[in-house]
Design a protein around this ligand. Sequence first.
Ligand code: GDP
Length: 606
Amino acid sequence: GKKEEEEEEGEKTLRSPICCIMGHVDTGKTKLLDCIRRTNVQEGEAGGITQQIGATYIPADNIRERTKELKADAKLNVPGLLVIDTPGHESFKNLRSRGSGLCDIAILVVDIMHGLEPQTIESLNLLRMRNTEFIVALNKVDRLYGWKVCRNAPIGKAMKLQSRDVQLEFEHRLTQIITQFKEQGINTELYSKNKERGETYSIVPTSAISGEGIPEMLLLLVQWAQKTMVEKLTYSNEIQCTVLEVKVIEGLGTTIDVVLVNGVLHEGDEIVVCGFQGPIHTTIRSLLTPHPMKELRVKGAYIHHKEIKAAQGIKITGQNLEHAVAGTALYVVGPDDDVEEIKESVMDDMRNVMSRIDKSGEGVYVQASTLGSLEALLEFLKTPVVSIPVSGIGIGPVHKKDVMKASVMLEKKKEYATILAFDVKVTPEARELADDIGVKIFIADIIYHLFDQFKAYIDNLKEEKKREAAEDAVFPCVLQIMPNCVFNKKDPIILGVDVIEGILKIGTPICIPQRDFIDIGRISSIENNHKPVDYAKKGQKVAIKITGSNAEEQQKMFGRHFEMEDELVSHISRNSIDILKANYRDELTNEEWKLVVKLKHLFKIQ
Ligand code: GDP
C-alpha cells in the first residue's frame, strides 16, 4: 500500500503548516495578508489559492510558481500553507488546541520606519511563551526615500537595483532594528546572512504595497516550517481541531467555524465540544467550505463535503452548538472511546477558568470573545499590581442577561457593578439596560486599555468619596497657644499656635479636653508667615482662625472658657476615624496614626 511505500522512502506525509500574522497596529499585517492571498491583484484567487473558513490555503504549487525567480529549487514537502485570516496577537492567543498554540509559525511584522513598538514586544512575548517559530517581515521598504518599485520581485533583486543612498539607509535601519531585538533577548539576522536558523531568527524585507520580498517570505516560511518542525507537521489520523468562532447563519442555525489541524472529519461523526453550560455531545450534520467561485458566493452557498482532511478551515453545522465555547478543542468520539471521559476532558479548560472566579462573590463581571482571551484577561486581572477580583464570566457579545448578573454588585459594592468587555460587542438592549440601572461597561480590544479605563473609573469614585468624606474627615493634631499671640479672643478666635503633634488642617473641629471637652469651632484659615496655607505640620508655628459652627461655639472665649496653658485638640469621633481609614490611609504617617490612637483613648472612643 501507499503507507508502506512512504515508510520505505523514509518520508512521512506532512500536513500544511498553519501561519498567523502578528505585529503592532498599522505595520501592514492586513496588507501583507492581502498580498499573500493575492487579493490585491486582478485575477483574484489565482493559482489554486482557496478561501476557507477563517483561513486561506496557499498550495505548494502556487508558492513554487511565485518563487521560481529565486532559483532556490524550492523543495517543498508540505501540501501548502494555511494562513489564518484574522491578523493580530489576540487571535493567536485564542487559537489553541490541547493546551499548545494552534499556529505552527508566525510572521511578525515590523514597520521599517518605526522599528519595534509596544505590540511587537507583546507579540514577541507570546511567541516565546508558546515556543512558536517565526520570521520577521521588515515591512514598508518602499517607504525608504528614493525606493525604485520592482513589483512582486524578490527582495534580493530589488535591493541591487536601488541607489547607494537607499541601500545605506536600509542598512542603517536594519542594524538599529537588529539591536532592538537584541535588547529583547532575541537574535535576528537578515535572512540571506542567517546560517543558524533556529537560534537566530530571519528578517525578510518586504513591501505589502508593491510586493517586493514576498517571494522570499513565502519560501522562507515554508522551508523554515518543514525544516524545524517535521515532527509537529507529520500528518496523523488523530484529530486535532480547534473552534475559532460560533456563528448563527441564516438557514443553518448555529454553526461552528473550526480549523482542522490534523486528521480527517466526516459527515455524521460523533463529536464533543466544550460548552458554556457543560459538554456538548452531538453529530456533524454537515461539513462546509465556501464556494470557490466568487459569483456563486450568495448567501448559504457552501460546498458540502463527505469528509475533509487536515489542514483546513471548515464550517460545521449540527444540533446544540449554541453554547459552544470558541477557542477550545473539538473531539471526535471513536468506536473504542469512552464518551464520558471525553466529556470530562473537554471541560478541563473551562474548569480552569471557573476556578479563577473570586470565592467571596464580590468582583467585576468579565466578558470575552473566546475562552483563550477570557483566560488571558483573568490571568492579567489576577496579577498583584492589577488585582481586580472577578465574580462572573461570560463568552461572546454582552447581552441583557449579563448586565443583570453584573447588577447584583450594585447592592454589595457599587464599583464592581462593572462589565469588562474584551474584544466583544455590546447589544443595544444591554447598553440601554446598563445605563438605566447604573452598570458600567468598559470595552477594549487590548487588555491594558480595559485596565486603564477601569482604574480611571475607580480612582474617580475614590476621589468623589473623598470629597464627600472631606467634611467629616478629621486629621489629628495637638496645638499649643503661643504667648502674646492671642489676636482675637472671641468668634472668630485668632491665635498663634505651635503644632506640637500631628497635622493641622483647615476644617478641623477643635476642642479643649482639659475643660470638659468643650468645642470652640472649626479651623477656618491658617497663615504661615502671613501667607495662607491649607495645612501645617508638627513643629510649625502658625496663626489660626477658629470659627464657631453654632451659637454655642460662637460664645466661647479665650480667657473665660479656656486659657493659655490649655491644649487645643482635634475633636475626633468613631465616624471620623473610619473615614480617615477608608480614604486617607496612605496620607497619614505612622506617627500621625499613633496620635489618632492616642486621641481615641483620650476621647474614650470604642
Ligand atoms: P495593520 O493594522 O497591521 O493590519 O496594517 P494595514 O495593513 O491596515 O496597513 C496600515 C497602513 O499602512 C495602510 O495605510 C497601508 O496601506 C499601509 N501599508 C501597509 N503595508 C505597506 C507597505 O509595505 N508600504 C507602504 N508604503 N504602506 C504600507
